[in-house]
Design a protein around this ligand. Sequence first.
Ligand SMILES: [Zn+2]
Length: 103
Amino acid sequence: MNETFSDEFIKSLKKFSSVRKRIVNKIDKILQHPLMGEPLKYDLRGLLSVPVAKNFVIVYSYCRICRKRGDDKILRCHDCSDMIDETVRFFDVGPHDKAYEID
Ligand SMILES: [Zn+2]
């Protein structure tokens, strides 16, 4: 499995050091089972989220799903076509409201 981490994700990982271990464990699980996440809707369609703690989520995409959906408007996976199918891309981690923000 190929994986990428956004700058935002790395920043958040440093910021939320108290739950870093849980986040890292969850990343491992996602890489083993990329379909485990809950599909997001509307502006975030094509992305998936997995809870780490209460109101605290990891937001990612799995490029095999990006393509299956044939959705060319996946906002954050804009350079999807450069990625192999078996790529998990981590976009953000943090409290709900923040992690779902679109930049
Ligand atoms: Zn993608």
